[in-house]
Design a protein around this ligand. Structure first.
Ligand code: XMP
Length: 513
């Protein structure tokens, strides 16, 4: 039995980020929707409750709510944004639409000493995202901090250990958010940090075992990337050779990918591996498809068809294993059934057919990439597998703007090989999240050997990121850029210009499609 923090999800985009921050302090947390919160709060080990933000307005009819008894457990409570406003409404304060809204970086002044702000500078910067604000504090509450437009930036009832903040301490942009959450978890809730990443591995293995049962078999879509490899390692430990790994060579892989996966698999797994040659099948289906979302869906469907075909080879393979991560989920589906915008249909989430007759096994669905890497290390996967740069499921297709003809995919594959080799030869890839080539579809005039050319432009894309949800562009050295440009243009018949992509995410995305 571990110490436990209950996180109530009022529908914020950042709820899983709260869970992740709690995990970083080695504290076990459980995320529940409001209607399950009271029941969940009664289980053993409860040390504190965090109420997430959300898109609602606490004073509106029909806004998400909780039974107020949830506040009666005698454990500390931290309300964040909407969570703060809900607490105020329910405890006798009031919330109104703010006269000015606050979004993004906001200076915050700490007004009173409290356990929540222990060690936090008086002047700090936080991440705000709200329109409403608290007008009247409930009895027993004090103002702890304010911003220019929000007098109640943070409040607390120190006797009852109720704290609430209008900003988002879970978001990396809140300068001292990490310290504030540590103060809440360790200083206020008294959590000792008894939940390790090793416990997470054990728990995930146990969950796979439970889901699949005594007889079930998993067909695992293995891409060779860290995510599906970690799922493979978890499944191997959970159900041994009842997990069957399928690696699909869809003709959209990087140079050397297939050989690398086969070798790594042979060296580090005891699962059976089937390699499917499906280049023609995928490229035929993609012929003439230029719309990015259609490409993703075509590819996703084709993958699933292959997995379904493969499943027929086994007696009880009614489960499909995938390395889906949380950022794939949040960008692919309207989270919480709300109006969250679909940015891209990540192939393993948004590309699934409605009539999928297999149950999904996605043990990493609530985790972030760096957590998965850590898990991979704990499970004993080799560093070259764990530290690999991410490669999207739809492969080179989403870096080949326009028609994915075999010729264009080959051009891109060679250009990508050059980018990787030149970064790695100079050790410029360390700390870089991804570095690759994009075939842009733009054509321009050039002159080579006194002849006019009219060929494609290739972009170099290199970004720094912690979780793929936000990213900044990387500036490679002049030597590196020069070598890439020379090699690509000299050796490829079809590219006569190389450019550097200097767009962060947001407003761009990492992949071009
Ligand atoms: P974007 O382009 O959305 O990418 O900024 C964020 C991260 O996700 C990877 N990515 C994918 N991974 N299936 C995946 O498994 C996909 O369909 C997919 N699309 C993008 C991308 O490489 C980056 O690391």
């Amino acid at each position: 039995m571990h110490e436990r923090i209950l996180i109530v999800d009022f529908g914020s985009q950042y709820t899983q980020l709260i869970a992740r921050r709690v995990r970083e302090h080695q504290v076990f947390s459980e995320v529940v929707p409001p209607h399950k919160a009271l029941e969940a709060s009664k289980a053993e080990g409860l040390k504190g409750i965090i109420l997430s933000g959300g898109p609602g307005s606490a004073y509106e009819k029909g806004a998400p709510t909780l039974p107020p008894e949830i506040l009666q457990h005698g454990v500390p409570v931290l309300g964040i944004c909407y969570g703060m406003q809900w607490m105020c409404e329910v405890l006798g304060g009031s919330v109104i639409p703010g006269t000015s809204r606050e979004y993004g970086f906001t200076p915050l002044k700490v007004d009173a000493a409290s356990k929540l702000f222990d060690g936090v500078a008086t002047d700090t910067v936080v991440w705000m995202s709200h329109g409403d604000r608290v007008e009247k504090l409930p009895d027993g509450f004090l103002n702890l901090a304010h911003s220019a437009d929000c007098p109640e930036g943070a409040i607390g009832d120190v006797d009852r250990d109720y704290y609430a903040v209008q900003f988002h301490p879970e978001v990396g942009h809140t300068q001292e958010g990490e310290r504030m959450l540590r103060n809440f978890l360790k200083g206020i809730c008294g959590c000792s940090g008894d939940w390790t990443p090793g416990d997470l591995a054990t728990e995930l293995i146990e969950r796979v075992r439970e889901q699949v049962g005594e007889e079930g078999e998993i067909v695992l879509g293995l891409s060779g990337g860290v995510d599906s490899s970690v799922v493979g390692a978890l499944c191997q430990r959970a159900i041994g050779n009842r997990c069957h790994a399928i690696f699909v060579d869809n003709g959209l892989l990087r140079a050397g990918e297939r050989e690398l996966v086969e070798k790594a698999f042979e060296d580090h797994f005891e699962l059976d591996l089937t390699v499917i040659d499906a280049e023609k099948r995928f490229l035929d289906k993609l012929a003439g498809v230029t719309d990015p979302e259609t490409k993703r869906k075509v590819i996703g469907h084709e993958f699933v068809e292959i997995f379904r075909e493969q499943a027929k080879r086994f007696k009880n393979a009614t489960f499909l294993g995938q390395g889906t991560l949380y950022p794939d989920v949040i960008e692919s589906v309207a989270a919480h059934g709300g109006a969250t915008e679909v940015i891209k249909s990540h192939h393993n989430v948004g590309g699934l057919p409605d009539d999928l007759d297999m149950d999904l096994v996605e043990p990493l669905r609530l985790l972030f990439k760096d957590e998965v890497r850590e898990l991979g290390r704990i499970l004993g996967l080799p560093e070259e597998m764990v530290a690999r740069q991410p490669f999207p499921g739809p492969g080179l297709a989403v870096r080949c703007v326009g028609d994915c003809t075999p010729h264009r995919i080959n051009l891109l594959r060679e250009a990508d090989r050059v980018v990787r080799e030149e970064f790695e030869a100079r050790d410029e890839h360390h700390g870089v999240w991804q570095y690759f080539a994009v075939l842009t579809g733009a054509r321009s005039v050039g002159v080579m050997g006194d002849k006019r050319t009219y060929e494609e432009a290739c972009a170099i894309r290199a970004v720094q990121s912690n979780d793929g949800m936000t990213a900044d562009w990387v500036y490679p050295s002049r030597e590196c850029l020069q070598a890439i440009s020379n090699r690509i243009i000299n050796n490829s018949h079809g590219i006569n210009r190389v450019v550097l992509d200097i767009t962060s995410k947001p407003p761009g995305t990492i992949e071009w499609e």
